[in-house]
Design a protein around this ligand. Structure first.
Ligand SMILES: [Fe+2]
Length: 401
């Protein structure tokens, strides 16, 4: 109220909203921020709860003066022992100012968050941003690779969780076009993408890894661009049939019983049935989804096909699928290094996958990384941090959206 005198009875929240006199309010096309912004590490449980309904967006992708099609949130400590909440930093359609971004960056926060209900807008935004940066010669390969990795993670996550598949498939198709073009652009492109692969296994990271590795490996073998694309689309969606499988089976630490195995082994057919009605999904990609668990000796599923019946695409995805599973951390095992992973594949899968192809795959991995060990990073998780004294008068908590 104008002219009202502040008293000591006023709630703490109002005090936090006051702006220091020495600092003019952050203005422009967005909300105000109260200074100072202090960032603290937060416990894993609080973090997990806070990010349940949001997805990360790396701060460098947000540019001053550029409006965004989705709300941006930042994590904030609720108060005395109250956990962490997401607070809206910027409303959809608005552009952040230089100063707002500088403040967040200098405080040490490196990630914004977007609500899952706006995932479509975020994927659109990421797609535009990726195309723009891939065409920009000044953007380092690491940034390009990170963008491609993050965009794929969003697409896969949406494919695995949303009922409506059509718009997602279009995103996936466009995405693989960018990847196929990029992996053929230079050896640095391949290497930087390989470094992005994540060791920590989840359905999402696995699909992204298999898509990127299969696409890059196919390009390495000289496969024509349009075929690389169809293979890449199939690889990105190869496990989509698992989206209906209960977590209890997917993440079971011990061996599956007969009934659970039956459910698990049905995922290639389930994926095929999900994708078949979508006319734009390439037939070659559909084959990959249906046949990525077939082995050359007839021991695979669902059909038990043999070498003469299996094409290059499904063979590549089968090989990369196994490689990524072996060299990732799972609930029931630690990750094998690349070298050990290849050894295991040589010894245990001799009759199941092509040993010639495995040899070329080793050459391909050698090209990507002269270092021993599994390519890639431990995890793709953002840092577990929140702002302690972040106060956004124009913002709302996540629950208000
Ligand atoms: Fe699979």
């Amino acid at each position: 109220m104008p002219g009202k005198k502040r008293t000591t009875r006023e709630p703490a929240a109002d005090v936090r909203n006051l702006k220091p006199k020495t600092e003019p309010p952050l203005s422009g096309d967005a909300v105000d921020i109260t200074l100072p912004l202090r960032v603290v590490d937060i416990p894993p449980d609080d973090f997990e709860r806070a990010v349940k309904d949001v997805v990360p967006l790396p701060l460098p992708l947000v540019q001053a003066g550029r409006p965004l099609p989705m709300d941006l949130f930042l994590p904030r400590i609720k108060g005395e022992g109250g956990g962490v909440e997401m607070v809206r930093f910027l409303a959809a359609g608005r552009a952040p100012t230089q100063r707002m971004l500088k403040l967040v960056r200098e405080a040490g926060l490196d990630t914004f968050y977007c609500h899952r209900t706006q995932l479509d807008n975020l994927i659109d935004f990421m797609g535009q941003e990726t195309s723009r940066r891939l065409a920009d010669h000044a953007t380092p390969p690491q940034i390009k690779a990170k963008l491609l990795y993050d965009q794929a993670s969003l697409i896969v996550e949406q494919a695995m969780t949303e009922v409506r598949l059509g718009p997602n498939l279009e995103h996936g198709r466009q995405y693989v076009e960018s990847v196929a073009e990029y992996v053929q652009s230079s050896p640095q492109a391949l290497e930087s993408l390989a470094e992005m692969l994540v060791m920590d296994y989840s359905l999402y990271t696995h699909s992204v890894n298999v898509c990127l590795l299969s696409t890059a490996f196919a390009a390495f073998q000289g496969m024509p661009g349009n075929q690389v694309h169809d293979l890449g689309v199939g690889a990105l969606y190869h496990d989509i049939g698992k989206r209906g499988i209960p977590e209890g089976i997917l993440k079971k630490p011990g061996p599956l019983n007969d009934e659970e195995w039956k459910v698990m082994r049905d995922h290639p057919r389930e994926g095929f049935e999900l994708l078949r009605p979508h006319a734009a999904f390439p037939p070659e990609g559909l084959r990959v989804v249906f046949l990525h668990h077939e082995n050359l000796d007839g021991s695979g599923y669902p059909f038990g096909l043999t070498a003469g019946q299996l094409q290059q695409n499904e063979r590549i995805v089968r090989l990369v699928d196994v490689y990524d599973a072996i060299t990732s951390v799972r609930v029931y095992k630690t990750a094998q290094h690349a070298f050990e992973g290849i050894q295991i594949m040589r010894e245990e899968l001799e009759s199941k996958i092509s040993m010639d192809m495995l040899k070329r795959f080793v050459e391909f991995l050698g090209l990507l990384s002269p270092r021993p060990g599994r390519l890639g990073r431990e995890t793709n998780q953002p840092r577990r941090q929140a702002a302690r004294s972040l106060s956004l008068p124009g913002g709302t908590s996540q629950g208000d959206t």
